[in-house]
Design a protein around this ligand. Sequence first.
Ligand code: N2P
Length: 344
Amino acid sequence: MKKFLLFFILYSIFLSVSVQAGEIVNVYNWSNYMPDDVIQQFEKETGINVNYTTYDSNETMYAKLKADPDAGYDVVVPSTYFIDRMRQQNMLQKLDKTKLPNFKNLNPDLLNKSYDLHNNYSIPYLWGTSAIVINDKYFAKGAVTSWADLWNSRLRDQLLLLDDTREVFSMALIVLGYSANDTNPDHIKQAYEKLKQILPNVKLFNDEAVQNIYIDEDVTIGMGWTGDIFQANQENSHVQYVYPKEGFVISMDNLAIPVGAQHVENAYKFINFLLRPDVAAKISMEIGYASPNLAALKLMPAEILHNQIIYPDSVTLRRGQFQTDVGSTDRIYEKYLELLKMGA
Ligand code: N2P
């Protein structure tokens, strides 16, 4: 009996170790960026466990991988401008597209861009914008139409700004008439000076709880990202998204496999699963960001495809600026954001 028990214990340890060793994928994604049931569906269909952790900014994810390339992440989701940087710094694996048959579902218009000319390192996941958010109980429609309006002294201590270096600076650069991807240190300094003037209006910087803050009306005006505001608007229809007349930023986030990934085959399976039309449609509709997956768009109802928060019309889209890498200038941006937040 004892021997049998010992054998049984050893056998179960062996089993659990071998299952865990092969059947896992470590996914490191933006917070609030994938529905739980998509993860569960993948686990159920494949038997691969998803070890899912989140980050709040490209900078956090990048710093973690830079400090420890063997951190064990198998899939990460950098924005295009970080794909560019990480690819150049040999932080990402070259992808074998034969392992991603669902790649064919992607919109060709969103592929082969300068940040990764042949999509050898990145697979588009979702795209979206950042714009003004108002609660129309407190701000009449049409009363706030431009980023510049957020500097109005009547908004003292009221604004939510995204806790994201490039997004905050883009707002100021656009107001000053510069590109959101400006690399001229003098322009960035001017943007910093401009942002210092908005500080008295800032109630908080946040990027992880944005939707709840607007739903609960803890803040009734500020900035936000597409998906957070789509979801907030579903819960509280007074939360509205306004595309500023001076222009706004368009960003896309992309699936990639870091060089240190230990479960590469599972990473491919996971990415290919996310590219499946039904899965991509579910993600886009639940999270509220636009899908780069053409086959998925075909599965979506008209009310989603015509939702102005997720899919702004072509005239509005023309005011969008696609976010690109600013190289080492990013350090200047980060330094100024720190200074700014110290004064907040
Ligand atoms: C997820 C935010 C990701 C958008 N909550 C940044 N492009």
